[in-house]
Design a protein. Sequence first.
Length: 256
Amino acid sequence: MTDQTPFVEIRHAQKSYGDLEVLKDISLTVQRGEIVAIIGPSGSGKSTLLRAINDLDPLTGGEILLEGVQVNKTLPHRQYEKHINAMRQQIGMVFQHFNLFPHLNVRDNVTMAPKLLKGISSKEADKLAEEQLNHVGMLERIDYYPSQLSGGQKQRVAIARALAMQPKLMLFDEATSALDPELVEEVNLVMKKLAEEHMTMIIVTHEMDFAASVCDRVLFMDQGVVVEEGPPEKIFKNPDMDRTKEFLRKHLAGSK
């Protein structure tokens, strides 16, 4: 990758479900090590855009590139499967509802993908799992099952699982919105730690304080477009667009 090539590039992203246009010609770039928050009302297209980055929710039109390589290539089925699996190994994703396998303990939840997709040995996978679980403060729960964990603990295991694939990019889709308020901070602390380690992250969030304190850039989305973007202090303290001001006024008033 040359210095001129964005780490992540979204070109003219469009997504429609029938007549409903969810993403309308979105273009943006993210640099290596940058932490970008995406905020906006429900139904604005935030999660759809995030899921398009690893082609979980394929675009109707446009391109997604990671280090200059197109993620959402149109290929014959077998070639596409091989290509997208290789691309997704570089992109970790953490969902709102954890998506842990309930019949597997923490160790096996974390080691499954590295063993299956990277073909590493159980010994190597165990070492990787222990490192990443230690990273998120969950090593002492390595032999627990998801049913024995709190929501915050499950989400920290989900983050460790994504990190065990040693991704270049991490995507967080409302990672704290399913948690009780007292559990939100333990997950936010893990994400703050990743930020300090310069992990490239794109975070869909409704946590305005987190976005303001951790992220390099904030995108405000509404009705399928990026209405405004800029540094957190600009977006939260002095936004240009009336729609941004209205959203923040309502959201910040509702959070008090």
